[in-house]
Design a protein. Structure first.
Length: 379
């Protein structure tokens, strides 16, 4: 495929506004693009106007190599601060600008191009390459959950997440546990607080206990220490009224050694002392860890070296990806995250992707596939 055709696909993908939903039109268009190149695919609807896409090339038999990405983006945010329309996909100074250019329509379209070019070459001769495109990755992961529940991770031996990786290869990332703690009290006049129950003070007690809740959790040998934070606190509406309701929100960047029972244990203890707290889980993304000695990491390193003539550092990430959902359907696949773009551009005003990186990415993915199947042939 010529570079102009590759760029046209990327521009069109960015021009679909898939911020916080509405992935179905983009998924349908990509289904049409793949069909034009002789590749059948399946739309996987998981909510109104929301869908993922799954496609395969090869024999349909194991071993299976998967390439994965997500169709949704975050909102443009301060759209007026953008130098260009965030959905215009403007190109200047060697970069393409737009919401999702880096996170992650660049990597997504690069995998689609790689699939098309491999299929045109009659590859793979043995085994299968599966493309997994989800929705709602920027939300609660319901798109990846739908793909997992429908069995699309079955038989996958290795998976490449095409998220922007800032020219590194990530082989492990933390999970993410998102929660809300609700507090219920009794409203009274602030001059007689003893007659009521201050919901805010129950949250203060929880915050103080949460600070040490994970002190005894051992560091993971790959991911290091668990990270946890209280990020939102809200309660009270009237200056002279004791608040009868309050809530906080928190996030735990989880490691395999972590258990969420610790938070529930705090709540149960405080409730026994007279508090009225309730834990609501709003997101639970599992940590993903590949053994650093896994040969797939070496295969990806070799592919990047072959195409880009650089030694890409092998690192871990504290962020989470759809792989957190996929490991629930298949805990045994080898995982790497590698994709075009500077990840610090993600979610930023004037998000932009270097075109040289994007244009090289499909060749890297094809070389990864070559290395993966060649290594299996030697076993």
């Amino acid at each position: 495929m010529e570079d102009n055709a590759r760029l046209a696909l990327l521009k069109k993908a960015i021009q679909f506004n898939t911020a916080n939903g509405n992935e179905a039109p983009l998924a349908q268009w990509l289904q049409q693009v793949l069909a034009e190149h002789g590749i059948q695919s399946e739309l996987v609807e998981f909510a109104p106007h929301r869908a993922g896409l799954v496609a395969e090339i090869g024999t349909g038999q194991e071993p299976i190599l998967a390439f994965a990405g997500h169709l949704d983006t975050v909102a443009p945010n301060a759209a007026g601060a953008w130098q260009t329309d965030p959905f215009a996909a403007a190109i200047h100074d060697g970069a393409i600008y737009g919401r999702g250019a880096v996170d992650m329509k660049g990597g997504l379209i690069a995998t689609v191009i790689a699939l098309i070019e491999l299929h045109a070459a009659g590859l793979p001769k043995a085994g299968t390459i599966r493309l997994l495109l989800s929705g709602d990755e920027e939300g609660s992961g319901t798109g990846a959950t739908a793909l997992t529940q429908r069995g699309y991770l079955a038989g996958v031996k290795a998976l490449v997440m095409a998220e922007a990786s800032s020219q590194t290869i990530e082989y492990a990332h933390c999970g993410s546990f998102d929660y809300i703690v609700h507090a219920r009290g009794k409203a009274v006049h602030s001059s007689t607080p003893a007659l009521g129950h201050n919901a805010l003070m129950d949250l203060v007690d929880f915050i103080n206990a949460e600070q040490t809740a994970f002190d005894e959790v051992d560091d993971n040998p790959v991911l290091g220490a668990l990270v946890h934070s209280i990020t939102v606190l809200h309660g009270g509406e009237q200056l002279n009224t004791i608040p009868d309701a309050a809530f906080l929100k928190g996030n735990v960047r989880t490691i395999p050694e972590c258990t969420h029972v610790r938070l529930q244990a705090i709540i149960e203890r405080l409730n026994q002392g007279g508090a009225a707290l309730e834990l609501e889980v709003v997101g639970d993304f599992a940590p993903v860890v590949t053994d650093p000695s896994n040969p797939f990491i070496t295969q990806v390193q070799a592919a990047v070296k072959e195409i880009n003539q650089v030694d890409a550092p092998v690192v871990i990430s504290k962020g989470a990806t759809d792989a957190s959902m996929y490991v629930k359907g298949n805990p045994d696949f080898a995982f790497v995250e590698y994709g075009p773009g500077d990840d610090t551009q993600s979610h930023q005003v004037n998000e932009h992707l270097n075109l040289t990186e994007f244009l090289a990415a499909p060749a890297v993915y094809q070389q990864i596939a070559h290395n993966f199947f060649a290594a299996l042939d030697k076993e």
